[in-house]
Design a protein around this ligand. Structure first.
Ligand SMILES: *Cc1c(COP(=O)(O)O)cnc(C)c1O
Length: 502
């Protein structure tokens, strides 16, 4: 018996039905409060979903209707509903209809874009869209494809910093530098920096994970605004060089995941340029906001020249720019170092366009060889909303962050211990840590809204002047969902305030 594929007509019919299912999901997930279809989070415990699945794959084809029925039974009750307008945890992983259709088209076209030659449009649309975005967030010319740099879509910011690190090592070796490599980031930087150092063999082992300074990662203390201390960065680099080590890469964070703190990119750039250290900017969280001229200062600093000494920069449209995971944009001002580090050409990939040096092969910019047409979804989003539409989206969530901050500050039981930026508000009960932890647990267990938390650095270890001392635990409310409106923020606050009474 030969394999039975669906006919184009069957795909059309079932595909339309699946689009209907997604559209219905979006309608249902927007029902909040007492009428909600599911709790925002916590619908199932460990193992409960697996128990609904057979232990072996089906030997015989099943009716498609049975598969579709299991979405409602097996899948939807087992989700945290990230697209609920009452989801305020972690970061806004907002999506949009054009982006979803971009994913569908990419899957349907099924092309591989590892080389220019394996699908020219896949590479050239991506390069052009990255140039568009570079202009949109105000990157200097040297990051454009017409200069020494250029951009590429990575799956995640974690991959972006890993390839930046490998590029930095390649450049340092070419410059004849040697020694045990060291990577620098603030105590508030994302765990992906340490992970990249571990994967690249720069950090000894995973002991560095918990923020412990092991192997070749140094976590630099922060000031009272949770910004990396540039003088401490300079000292650490100088000490390491004096000790025969090789300071390789420093990461400045524009929008820390915990509190949206903004490192001074300009100051870090001066420190790194004087010392021949690669500066990577991790703007995964706040980069999306920089499509608004008024937020660009987060990247460029008040002097407007902060990006002049940056070697690479990444931000995540999958965090806040209406583009489905995964879509992380990486630019470098020195693409020769990146491709020099990662270009390895087996015979079967040799082709005339590559040999002629006429094209870019994005496999040389990333970890995997294969790559799908990920630029389609971003291209769709940019064209369907326009930069103007995206700016309006960013500004609305910034405004709602302000609304929420006002509500928190008006309630004497609460305080906002760190500066609110964009849609991220961090707050706590004055009554202390255990009261705040208890409140978060109660609110999340009720399932009407979902929030997450972080712990501010205290004392010597992380810096910050120990300003948060005995009460470093804060609830984070990250506003930025596609469907989140002011009424949802107010409802969420009413829920939090009422649970604070308990
Ligand atoms: C989310 C985040 C990352 C990691 O993002 P991925 O794309 O999931 O790897 C890195 N840095 C910061 C500041 C983040 O907020």
């Amino acid at each position: 018996m030969c394999t039975q594929h669906w006919t184009p007509e069957e795909f059309r019919r079932r595909g339309h039905a699946m689009v209907d299912l997604v559209a219905d999901y979006w309608a249902r997930v927007q029902q909040t409060g007492a009428g909600a279809a599911w709790p925002v989070s916590g619908g199932r415990g460990p193992g409960e979903t697996a128990a609904l699945l057979p232990e072996r794959a089906p030997e015989h084809a099943e009716p498609w209707e049975a598969v579709v029925a299991d979405i409602e039974r097996v899948i939807l009750p087992g989700l945290t509903h990230w697209q609920s307008p009452a989801f305020f945890g972690y970061f806004p992983a907002n999506i949009s209809p054009p982006a979803v259709l971009g994913e569908l088209l990419s899957a349907g076209l099924g092309v591989q874009g590892m080389l220019w030659a394996t699908s020219p449009a896949c590479t050239e649309v991506e390069t052009r869209v990255l140039d568009w975005m570079a202009h949109a967030i105000g990157l200097p010319e040297r990051f454009l494809s017409s200069g020494p740099g250029g951009g590429v879509i990575q799956g995640t910011a974690s991959e972006a910093v890993l390839v930046a690190l490998v590029a930095a090592r390649h450049r340092a070796r070419l410059r004849g530098m040697s020694g045990a490599p060291v990577v620098y980031a603030s105590s508030q930087a994302h765990s992906s920096i340490v992970k990249a150092a571990v994967i690249a063999g720069v950090a000894d082992d995973v002991r560095a994970r918990g923020g412990l300074v092991g192997g070749g990662v140094r976590l630099i203390p922060v000031d009272a605004d949770l910004r990396m201390d540039p003088a401490a960065l300079a000292r650490a680099i100088d000490d390491d060089r004096a000790g025969g080590r090789l300071p390789l890469l420093a990461c400045a964070t524009v929008g820390t995941t915990g509190t949206m703190a903004i490192d001074d990119v300009e100051a870090a750039g001066r420190v790194c340029a004087e010392r021949s250290v690669w500066l990577h900017v991790d703007a995964a969280m706040a980069g999306s906001a920089c499509i608004c001229p008024e937020h660009r200062v987060l990247l460029t600093g008040p002097g407007g020249t902060g990006l002049e000494r940056v070697d690479s920069l990444c931000f995540n449209p999958h965090k806040g720019l209406l583009t489905n995971f995964d879509c992380s944009l990486l630019w470098t001002a020195d693409r020769a170092s990146l491709t020099g580090a990662l270009s390895i050409t087996p015979e079967y990939l040799r082709n005339a366009a590559t040999e002629a040096g006429a094209v870019w092969d994005y496999r040389d910019w990333q970890i995997p060889l294969g790559r799908r047409f990920r630029a389609l979804k971003l291209w769709f989003v940019l064209r369907a909303y326009g930069l103007e539409g995206l700016r309006a989206h960013v500004r609305e969530h910034d405004r709602l962050g302000g609304v929420l901050e006002g509500l928190v500050r008006a309630d004497a039981r609460f305080e906002v211990p760190v500066r609110r930026r964009l849609g991220l508000v961090c707050f706590r009960l004055r009554a202390g840590r255990s009261a705040t932890e208890g409140l978060l647990q109660r609110v999340n267990a009720r399932g009407r809204v979902f929030l997450s938390h972080t712990v501010l650095p205290s004392g010597e270890a992380g810096g910050g002047g120990g300003a948060w001392g005995e009460n470093p635990y804060v609830i984070r409310m990250a506003i930025g969902g596609t469907f989140t409106r002011e009424e949802h923020v107010r409802e969420a606050w009413a829920e939090i305030a009422s649970q604070a009474e308990a």
